[in-house]
Write a protein that binds this ligand. Structure first.
Ligand code: SF4
Length: 249
């Protein structure tokens, strides 16, 4: 039975948010993404993508992780960034826009530093109010990761109602309207070329700059392979853990 991403967000928030505290399962780690970035991995998401690499922190956030204040997360992120000489920090792992108060406080702290904060989101919860608040930060860039190229593909890949895809596009539109620096990434491993091209045109109608999408490919971690098998999904292009996209058929 398809679920509503907004409803799942409300249910998840009850588990992973306590006032301005948010549940994380790893704070913090270094990594080579974005040319080097310190990351904190939060628990809980409002989608259930079949290609997702997050296991128990997504599906059983009640069993894993602990609550952190924005100050604690900030301190650990900047400690990690200092140690490795990074200029960027982020929250990753699941959906950081669940727990708005926590996120906004974390962004406030980051904005007082020289670090750029990369907000990685599926965009479905970025309404006008949140976009307006995000527009107040100077060191923020939002990466909205679209799950497929159209509502039907989105539903197939996430198990959610097709309308969830429009929430993602609306989130991007709200960011553009509010003047928040952002770009779209698209999971294209399961998409046809012509559907991706149509999506580029739809994105260009929101803002011509959005048509320049970042293409994402499913990474074949063993638990992801098992998830795909259970969902009966066969990717067209995949990424081994060395991150080089490969056509599978
Ligand atoms: S939106 Fe991201 S974290 Fe959430 S299920 Fe999809 S891939 Fe996983």
């Amino acid at each position: 039975m398809p679920y509503d991403p907004l409803d799942l967000a409300r249910r998840t928030e009850k588990i992973v948010v306590k006032e301005d505290l948010r549940k994380y399962y790893r704070v913090a780690r270094g990594g080579r993404w974005y040319g080097g970035i310190a990351s904190a991995d939060c628990c809980g998401c409002n989608l259930r993508c079949a290609f997702c690499w997050s296991g128990a922190p997504r599906d059983h956030p009640e069993r894993i992780g602990r609550f952190y204040s924005p100050e604690e997360v900030f301190e650990r992120l900047t400690f990690c960034a200092e140690k490795f000489g990074y200029r960027k920090i982020r929250v990753s792992g699941n959906e950081p826009t669940i727990g708005r108060e926590h996120l906004l406080r974390l962004l406030e702290l980051a904005d007082e530093t020289r670090y750029t904060f990369i907000l990685e989101s599926n965009g479905a919860l970025i309404d006008r109010d949140l976009a307006k608040k995000l527009s107040g930060f100077e060191h923020l860039h939002v990466r909205v990761s679209l799950k497929g190229t159209n509502p039907e593909e989105f539903s197939h890949l996430t198990g959610a109602i097709p309308e969830g895809f429009n929430l993602q596009l609306r989130g991007l539109g709200n960011l553009v309207d509010a003047g928040v620096p952002c770009h779209a990434a698209v999971m294209v491993s399961f998409s046809r070329e012509e559907d991706l091209e149509r999506l580029r045109q739809d994105l260009a109608e929101i803002d011509p700059a959005l048509a320049d999408v970042e293409e994402e490919y499913v990474i074949l971690y063993p638990h992801v392979v098992e998830r795909l098998r259970r969902a009966g999904l066969r990717p067209r292009v995949t990424c081994a853990t060395d991150r080089k996209p490969t056509k599978t058929r």
